[in-house]
Design a protein around this ligand. Structure first.
Ligand SMILES: Cc1cc2nc3c(=O)[nH]c(=O)nc-3n(C[C@H](O)[C@H](O)[C@H](O)COP(=O)(O)OP(=O)(O)OC[C@H]3O[C@@H](n4cnc5c(N)ncnc54)[C@H](O)[C@@H]3O)c2cc1C
Length: 392
């Protein structure tokens, strides 16, 4: 764990975000080039209290809402999608602890998250079952009081730097592969062995390395009822993933568009580009239209999630999945269109201040990050259940 400097927490979300963005900006080129985790940005999230955004005030957190998460994830991603994703995924894990951990674990863990001591990583993907969220292969062994973990995790964002892990496993006991439990392990409770490199096309600074986690945790570290991860997935993991990721992708594309507009309107840009060109204007319009579409869908979905209604209804599941699929496609398409709009020098070269090249590579991961194909299959089944075609 990185040491937490002793400075007062910054309670003002806008200031905290500005500080993290400033630090991100200073390191983004290097972290992408070296595929290095943005340690400096994470440290700033610790210092400012941002890691405790979703921790209730009674545990020392900022007591933020899903709407706050969306604002923060978008803002951070304008500078660097990896930083935004690291933050959004940590918040998704935190929300699961807030809602489903028992009283003892909440009291032990939430104040530490709020103090910036614990950055949480997510371990759901598994060799053999791929991204499928609702099954698990590795079994929880041991007794009800002491659970043994031995889990290979092919891709863990920030895993080498995380202070704690939320891990899906099968069991405990003689369970079917659909009896999935969510278990919390502190870094000190597991031996974390790196088992490969991270050298991807994009999301390089997310440092999503393969790991093996082995150790044991007390029985009360099962989050929610044993074998009942499905409920957590339906109420917290799925909704916050789709809302949080979509905010990240929207922020990334909005940051890219904003930098392009800054270039076009600068004196150098006015010399280089014809701002009256109908082709250029149409391309800008298409990019903006795509982002406004995602923004509207995101805003509506946040309202539905915050309404407290039962999210398992087919129309609401369909909405959440539509958001993820649409955001992943439209944000990528918007940035791709901007590459066409500004051409080779500022659309394709790494050293352009537009950073379109980085945004494009990062956003290419969006459809893969829980495969859109899997969601379409689920949506087809859900559509069959909603014969009246009701909308959430
Ligand atoms: C940047 C990034 C960070 C990530 N961070 C984490 C993390 O921190 N923790 C974590 O656990 N995971 C993480 N993941 C993994 C992610 O959540 C997905 O599980 C993973 O990307 C899926 O990998 P896959 O495409 O190989 O697997 P699959 O989802 O298994 O898909 C493989 C291919 O087969 C197709 N396919 C397979 N089965 C089906 C099916 N039944 N129906 C339809 N199509 C199917 C898919 O379309 C896809 O083309 C991350 C992914 C990315 C891109």
């Amino acid at each position: 764990m990185t040491a937490v400097p002793e400075r007062p927490r910054e309670p003002d979300l806008t200031n905290a975000l500005a500080r993290v963005r400033e630090v991100t900006e200073a390191h983004v080129v290097r972290t992408d080039r070296e595929a290095a985790f943005p340690v400096e940005a994470l440290d700033e999230m610790r210092r400012t209290g941002l890691l405790g955004l979703l921790v209730p005030v009674e545990y020392g957190g900022l007591g933020g809402t899903v709407r706050d998460l969306v604002v923060a994830a978008q803002s951070l991603s304008r500078g660097d999608m990896s930083v935004g994703m690291i933050f959004a995924m940590h918040c998704q894990q935190t929300a699961a602890v807030v809602r489903y951990a028992d009283d003892r674990l909440r009291k032990e863990l939430l104040p530490r998250i709020a103090a910036g001591e614990v950055y949480l990583a997510s371990v759901t993907t598994e060799a053999g079952k791929g991204g499928h969220l609702l099954t698990a292969r590795a079994r929880l062994a041991g007794t009800a009081d002491r659970l043994e973990i031995d889990r290979f995790a092919p891709i863990v964002t920030g895993g080498a730097y995380a202070d704690g892990f939320l891990i899906t496993m099968r069991g405990p006991g003689d369970a079917a592969d659909t009896d999935v439990s969510l278990v919390y392990a502190d870094r000190e409770q597991v031996e974390v062995t790196g088992s490969g490199d991270w050298d991807p096309m994009g999301m390089r600074a997310s440092h999503s390395v393969p790991l093996r986690l082995a150790g044991s945790v007390p029985g009360h570290h099962v989050v929610g009822a044993p074998g009942r991860f499905r409920e957590i997935a339906g109420t917290v993991f799925g909704p916050l993933a789709h809302v949080g990721w979509s905010a990240v992708w929207l922020g990334t594309a909005a940051g890219a568009l904003s930098r392009v507009l800054g270039l076009l309107r600068s004196p150098a840009g006015r010399e280089r580009f014809d701002l009256g060109s109908e082709l250029l204007l149409t391309r800008l319009s298409r990019a903006r239209q795509r982002l406004d579409t995602v923004h509207a869908l995101l805003a509506h979905t946040v309202e539905v999630v915050e309404s407290g209604e039962d999210l398992s209804r087919p129309s609401r599941q369909l909405l959440l999945n539509s958001l993820k699929i649409t955001a992943s496609e439209e944000c990528l398409a918007a940035v791709d269109g901007l590459v066409e709009a500004v051409g080779l020098r500022h659309g394709y070269l790494k050293d352009s201040p537009t950073r379109l090249e980085l945004a494009l590579r990062d956003l290419r991961s969006a459809a893969l990050n829980y495969s859109n194909d899997r969601l379409h299959l689920a949506d087809g089944r859900l559509a069959l259940l909603d014969r009246g075609v009701t909308f959430a």
